[in-house]
Design a protein. Structure first.
Length: 337
């Protein structure tokens, strides 16, 4: 008999749960609901060019940016899924100024809070380029049953219980870690299931790709400029020049570099003194994934996961990817203050 060895996301979650005899299945339920929301959003994105969903929703989000309709949809779908899991008692989202507290009877005792960017890179939707969802899960620090507060969401990245992203690309994939390796699941549209396709992902220690918005080059700090020049110089012994690849969609740029090896950079500049990316729901989850795959994430001089967030939408300069590349840019920054 032929064997069809398929591991679905739910199989995988249950298998992992068995490694923790004390686990009550709460966390597994939460992840399952995130998977379901991802399928709903993925399906809507597939129809984006057909349905009347393209274009702006007419609202401005807390970052002062126009919201796309799909941002709103993704935010609602993920928030509803997290609520209905019954395991999540509050959510922080790029799309909302303040945290959302779940006071419903079945959710108030949930042990987890989730920080998310429901649709990152959404300005790419209109031009049919990949976008993604980013999520980060923490155990609440407020007592069960109490209302959550900002402190629950302003924990250091080192406290993450899990982090992941969904990439809505040529296929839909979910990649996540619970601090014990990174695994990738590809959605089989005919089955409607995420299937384990990229077990135990490892970020190559060095790579050949660098990803940065070079349009901002002249406004970058000196160390970053010198590192970019280093990437472009010819030196066969170190495999240079490197290749420049930038989609402008963090999830997609990170995903490619995770698989192939490389560095993603969003430095400070005159236009964005703290960079553009948000620590709590963009940088920390990707940093947790990077580290769990053997990579590194830095704000230039220190580890991203060690930063204590002061506010929900705080920004930070960001360098993430292959350890040798991130370490080297730290050197360039240190030597060119
Ligand atoms: P968003 O959360 O508003 O979509 O913005 C974040 C996105 C990232 O996905 C991407 O890496 C970055 O913004 C691109 O910014 P820029 O266009 O300045 O290069
Ligand atoms: Mg974003």
């Amino acid at each position: 008999m032929k064997s069809y060895n398929i591991t679905t996301l739910d199989d995988f979650i249950i298998r992992r749960q068995k490694d923790y005899p004390e686990a009550k299945g709460e966390f597994s339920r939460l992840l399952h609901h995130i998977g379901t929301a991802a399928k709903m959003v993925g399906s809507k994105i597939r129809k984006a060019g057909l349905a009347d969903i393209l274009g702006r929703a007419g609202n401005i989000n807390v970052q002062g940016e126009d919201q796309q309709k799909l941002d709103v949809y993704a935010d609602e779908v993920f928030t509803s899924a997290l609520l209905s899991s019954g395991e999540c008692c509050g959510v922080a989202s790029e799309e909302n100024q303040n945290i959302i507290t779940f006071t419903h009877e079945f959710a108030v005792n949930g042990n987890y809070i989730v920080c998310m960017d429901p649709l990152d890179g959404s300005s790419n939707i209109d031009v049919n380029v990949s976008v993604g969802t980013i999520f980060s899960i923490y155990r609440r620090i407020s007592g069960r049953g109490a209302e959550v507060s900002d402190d629950d969401f302003l924990q250091k990245g080192t406290e993450q219980v899990a982090a992941g992203y969904i990439i809505y690309g040529s296929s839909t994939m979910m990649v996540y870690t619970t601090g014990n390796g990174v695994n990738g699941f590809t959605l089989d549209p005919s089955l409607g299931e995420f299937c384990l396709s990229h077990p135990d992902l490892k970020l190559p220690q060095k790579g050949k790709l660098y990803s940065v918005n070079e349009g901002n080059y002249i406004k970058f700090p000196e160390g970053v400029k010198k590192y970019i020049k280093y990437c472009q110089e010819r030196d066969e012994s170190t495999n240079r020049p490197y290749t420049s690849r930038y989609i402008g969609s963090l999830v997609s740029d990170f995903h490619r570099n995770l698989l192939k090896g490389g560095i993603y950079m969003y430095p400070s500049s005159e236009i964005y003194p703290d960079g553009k990316l948000r620590l709590v729901y963009e940088c920390n989850p990707m940093a947790f994934i990077a580290e769990n795959a053997g990579g590194m994430a830095s704000e230039g001089t220190k580890r991203i996961l060690d930063i204590k967030p002061g506010s929900l939408h705080q920004k930070t300069p960001y360098f993430v990817g292959s350890t040798e590349m991130v370490s080297l840019i730290e050197e360039f920054i240190k030597n060119n203050p």
